[in-house]
Design a binder for this molecule. Sequence first.
Ligand code: HOC
Length: 367
Amino acid sequence: MDNLICVKDFEVQAHKLLPRNTLDYYRSGAGRQETLKNNRSAFSKYKIRPRCLRNVAKRDLSVTILGEKISMPIGISPSAMQRMAHPEGECANVRAAQSMGTIYTLSTISTSSIEEVAEAGPDALKWFQLYIYKNREITKSLIRRAENAGFKALVLTVDTPMFGLRLADMRNKFSLPSHLTLANFQGQYSDTLNKKGKNTGSALNNLGDLLDASLDWADIHWLKSYTRLPIVLKGVLTAEDALLAADAGVAGILVSNHGARQVDGWPASIEALPEIIEAVGKRIEVYMDGGVSDGTDVFKALAMGAKMVFIGRPALWGLTCGGEDGVRKILTILRTEFEYALAISGCSEVADIRRSMIVHESYYSKL
Ligand code: HOC
């Protein structure tokens, strides 16, 4: 891995290593994948306005998130079925996050169970990503298990009333490799996912049938009454919904378009971020994921007002190339790039990053 020095290097290498079924599952977005491309390219539309002569000799990248101090504002977003990338999957990923002092978010649709991940990373700050299923008993049991295993927040994904249409998975007839199971369901749905799908060919469409498409804001109130954990809503992209979320009493919003995997044509996460910050940034914590692949992206999101960013695919590329070490290296690269962007732009700590330090590119063309 010595020759891999940026996220792109890991991505290229992972593309060479992964079998097609897995690679396409991880890398694909919905439809024509315009949102997928935009998630990354939209960062280029924003420029950092640097300051100088501000004594950056001592630097501190730590932030406090939901009351817990973490070493840097870069965490790991949920992504499904990580043992397809590496035999240790989610367990390797949580160990990397633990050693880097940041947040690991476990997907419900994981190939290592809640309990296995808790055992692999006992001191990691762990969040649990949740879907609310048609069968509410499944949902309740997942919540209690996450609480008992020491997870510190529930990240409820709210952009998935149905499973998005990903053409590559349909063409490949995606299925979970037969040696793997959906570990949180004690094998219950693994069969479904190990088999080809019924209509479009992807087994994910079978699994998608479990999702409760009737969810509404009343379910957020139910969830709040059912758990003592703080709730982060993942997948909010508008100020209107951000206000409803804050009114419903959630602790945070993760601005996300689900890695551009749900509907093509949604905005890039970084494009949606400003209106959400403006609506609720003073009331609740706001984070973002989607397209973060360089430390300058982290700086830009924080300058817009995000408390931290999360990465999805970059961690999967790290996992593919080197298991725990690979994820640690990805986190280290992003941390280093962020520290350089921070210091060279005139900030010695995260609180020094101001809204005035980020502008749309049109700011310069008007001059
Ligand atoms: C219950 C079915 O978030 C993805 C993941 C998995 C979603 C499975 C939902 O692939 O985007």
